[in-house]
Design a protein around this ligand. Structure first.
Ligand code: GLY
Length: 312
C-alpha cells in the first residue's frame, strides 16, 4: 500500500530544499536519502548560523559540529559530535551507522573516521561567523582569567541555537530523521548538545512516530525528550498530548539551573513530531516559533506556529 509522503522541518529550512525533497519522495526515494539531502543543503547554507558552514563557533573560535541520523524502520542510528573541519556532518553520521558497529563518534575519532571514508574536508568558519566571534567574544578574552570565565561572560549574549531538524515519511511508510547543528554559539570547547544524542534530540520509530528537538539542548538531554515522545505515542497517547507533556517537562527545567538562568535569547525549546500516519505537530516554550510541513498534494510548504506550552 502506498503511503502519503510528508516532510516536516523547522521553519528556518528554506522552502526550496523541502520542495526538492518532496520531488525525490514522489519519485520513490527512501526517507533516509531525503532527510540526508535536506540536511546537507542546510549545512551548506552560509546564512544559517547554527548549522554547518557559517555556524557560529565555540568560545575559542572553532566550529564544532553535532549531527545524528535515525532510520525508524531498522532502528539503526549514527551520530557525530564535536566534529571539526568537514563539510557534511550528517552524511558522516549516517556512515557511522552503516560502516561501524557503533552509534556515535566524537572529536578526533569522528574526524579520523571522516578522513578514512573520504568525507570532504572544509574550513567551516565563514568570514561572517569569524567577524561575529571576533566582535562578541575575542574582544572579551582579555577580561576573563580562563575559558570557564569567558564562557560565562559571553553566555548572556549567546545568539541562540536553531539547529536543523527534518522528519521524513516516504511512500513506503518509512520514517527517518536528521538533525544537524553547530550547537550553542560561543559554547565551551567540547560542549555537546542534544542534537547528536539518540533519544534526546532525535528519535524515530516507523511503527509509532518520530521526534526531534531544537533550542536549549541541555533541557532536552535532561529528560530524554525525543525518546519520551515516541514512547508516549507507543503507549497510545495522542500526538498533541505527547507533545504537550514533554514540552511542559522541558519548560519546567528552563531558567532553573545556574547554567540556564542568564539565558535571555536562547532560553527556549521546540519539539517537532510526526506520527506513523504522517500527522504532524510542533510544541514550543515560546509563542513565536514556527515549523514547516510539506505534503504530496501541496506545491510549497505551509508554515505553522508551534503550540506554545508553559510549565503549568
Ligand atoms: N539544540 C541544539 C543544541 O543545544 O546544541
Amino acid at each position: 500500500m502506498a503511503h502519503t509522503p510528508v516532510l516536516l522541518a523547522n521553519a528556518e529550512v528554506k522552502d526550496e530544499y523541502l520542495v526538492a525533497g518532496m520531488r525525490m519522495l514522489k519519485n520513490g526515494a527512501h526517507a533516509g536519502d531525503v532527510a540526508e539531502f535536506v540536511a546537507r543543503a542546510v549545512e551548506d547554507d552560509p546564512e544559517e548560523h547554527t548549522v554547518g558552514y557559517g555556524g557560529f563557533p565555540n568560545v575559542l573560535g572553532e566550529v564544532e559540529l553535532d549531527a545524528s541520523f535515525m532510520d525508524g524502520t531498522t532502528l539503526q542510528a549514527g551520530a557525530v559530535a564535536a566534529l571539526k573541519g568537514f563539510r557534511h556532518p550528517i552524511s558522516i553520521a549516517r556512515e557511522v551507522m552503516r560502516r561501524l558497529p557503533h552509534v556515535m563518534l566524537v572529536g578526533e575519532g569522528a574526524a579520523r573516521f571522516a578522513r578514512e571514508i573520504g568525507a570532504e574536508p572544509r574550513e567551516m568558519l565563514s568570514p561572517e561567523a569569524r567577524r561575529a566571534w571576533e566582535e562578541q567574544v575575542a574582544a572579551m578574552m582579555g577580561e576573563a582569567p580562563d575559558t570557564i570565565a569567558l564562557t560565562w561572560h559571553v553566555w548572556r549574549r549567546t545568539r541562540g541555537h536553531d539547529t536543523m531538524n527534518v522528519i521524513v515519511r516516504d511512500v513506503h511508510g518509512n520514517l527517518c530523521t536528521a538533525v544537524s547543528t553547530s550547537g550553542i554559539a560561543w559554547k565551551y570547547p567540547g560542549r555537546v548538545g542534544d542534537s547528536p544524542l539518540i533519544g534526546a534530540g532525535n528519535y524515530c520509530d516507523s511503527r509509532y512516530g518520530a521526534a526531534t528537538c531544537m533550542g536549549l539542548g541541555e533541557a532536552a538531554m535532561r529528560i530524554a525528550a525525543a525518546a519520551q515522545v515516541v514512547t508516549l505515542l507507543r503507549l497510545g497517547w495522542s500526538l498533541v498530548a505527547a507533545g504537550v507533556e514533554v514540552t511542559r517537562q522541558m519548560a519546567a527545567l528552563l531558567g532553573r539551573s545556574r547554567a540556564e538562568q542568564p539565558m535571555r535569547v536562547a532560553d527556549w525549546v521546540r519539539v517537532l513530531i510526526m506520527d506513523a500516519q504522517g500527522n504532524v505537530g510542533a510544541f514550543a516554550t515560546r509563542a513565536d516559533l514556527c515549523y514547516k510541513v510539506l505534503t504530496a498534494e501541496a506545491e510549497t510548504p505551509i508554515t505553522q506556529r508551534a503550540m506554545c506550552v508553559s510549565k503549568d
